[in-house]
Design a protein around this ligand. Structure first.
Ligand code: PEP
Ligand code: MN
Length: 334
């Protein structure tokens, strides 16, 4: 990892955090009060946990030097991290021309700016549908031509990166590949913006280390995605880590989007998680939509119908407006 100027600045912040009071430690700092029950000398939290920001010292080039610092990522005409809440929507997998075109036209009319759809699919089972491959990429390009939507699609193998980059405006690195460094390098070198999904058992420090790798390979256009993590909870497919959005916005300059579909795993939960993402300050979301979710070749249980997508977008509109008002108010004047 490069030891850049930014890196030293970040580490300095960590070293002096107590005097600046900018980044509190988990333990709360301070001296433990005397007269406690335990006979063991009590240490303050600051000594035990150390600095919070030190956890992220491996990712110096993506940490903020100032609170307002933000990387703006452009994908075609779409700006991510520029204040607008950007919706990326579409099926889990590209299945047929009709399925993709209908979905693209519908989500574009309802306000989405980017079409999602997997042509190369990472599946939990090797027996499950693995995607249409190049034919899926061709269909995505056709949908872009018809609707003007930008395209985000997953790349799974380093050798495929140049091919996928010919068709996609944003390359998605899936959860299962967050730490596949050869893939990160190949994807970074295409020059396309990268949507980096958090691994399902990855800490935020792990996520930022992978983001740092992409930046170190010469590609600063990284969008982070919170898509839920594995916990003991089984009522949802994953646990949506809302604090990840808040933490990342606090410390990291990269745009952060949410994936309420893979977090929830169930259609009725998706709009509520999307609303929480807007409120937490996400720069956008990526959400699964299908003309007939019950017939979907992958992730049907969590894919919204067109009507459900429309309702969600309508429900989110006032929250997005409020968010835009707040971010305009926070802009430095003059
Ligand atoms: C997807 O976006 O379809 C996907 C497989 O997501 P994840 O990598 O987050 O599981
Ligand atoms: Mn999916």
């Amino acid at each position: 990892m490069r030891n850049s100027r930014v890196g030293r600045a970040a580490v300095n912040t960590a070293t002096h955090h107590q005097s600046h009071g900018q980044y509190p430690s988990f333990g709360g700092g301070g001296t433990a009060p005397s007269g406690l029950r335990s006979k063991v000398p009590q240490r303050s939290g600051a000594e035990v946990s150390g600095s919070w920001i030190e956890q992220f010292a491996d990712a110096p080039d993506v940490l903020k030097e100032q609170p307002e610092q933000k990387t703006i990522v452009c994908a075609g005409e779409v700006i991510i991290g520029g204040g607008e809440f950007v919706t990326m929507a579409g099926p889990c997998s590209v299945e047929t021309e009709r399925q993709l075109m209908e979905t693209a036209e519908h989500v574009a009319l309802a306000g989405a700016r980017v079409l999602r759809g997997g042509a190369f699919k990472p599946r939990s089972s090797p027996y499950a549908f693995q995607g249409l491959g190049v034919e899926g990429l061709r269909l995505l390009a056709r949908a872009r031509a018809a609707t003007g939507l930008a395209i985000v699609t997953e790349v799974m193998a380093a050798d495929d990166a140049p091919l996928v980059a010919e068709y996609a405006d944003i390359l998605q690195i899936g959860s299962r590949n967050m730490e596949n460094f050869a893939l990160l390098e190949a994807a970074a070198q295409t020059g396309r913006p990268i949507l980096l999904k958090r691994g399902m058992v990855a800490t935020l420090a792990d996520l930022l280390r992978s983001a740092q790798c992409i930046v170190s390979y010469g590609n600063p256009n990284v969008i982070l995605c919170e898509r839920g993590i594995r916990t003991f909870e089984t009522a949802t497919r994953n646990t949506f880590d809302i604090s990840a959005i808040v933490v990342l916005n606090e410390i990291c300059r990269l745009p952060v989007i949410a994936d309420p579909s893979h977090a929830a795993g169930r259609r009725p939960l998706v709009p509520g998680l999307a609303r929480a993402a807007v409120a937490a300050g996400a720069d956008g979301m990526i959400v699964e939509v299908h003309p007939h979710p019950e017939q979907a070749w992958s992730d049907g249980e969590q894919s919204l119908t067109f009507a459900e997508f429309d309702d969600m977008m309508e429900d989110l509109a006032p929250w997005c407006e409020l968010r835009a008002l707040r971010s305009r108010a926070a802009e430095p004047v003059g």
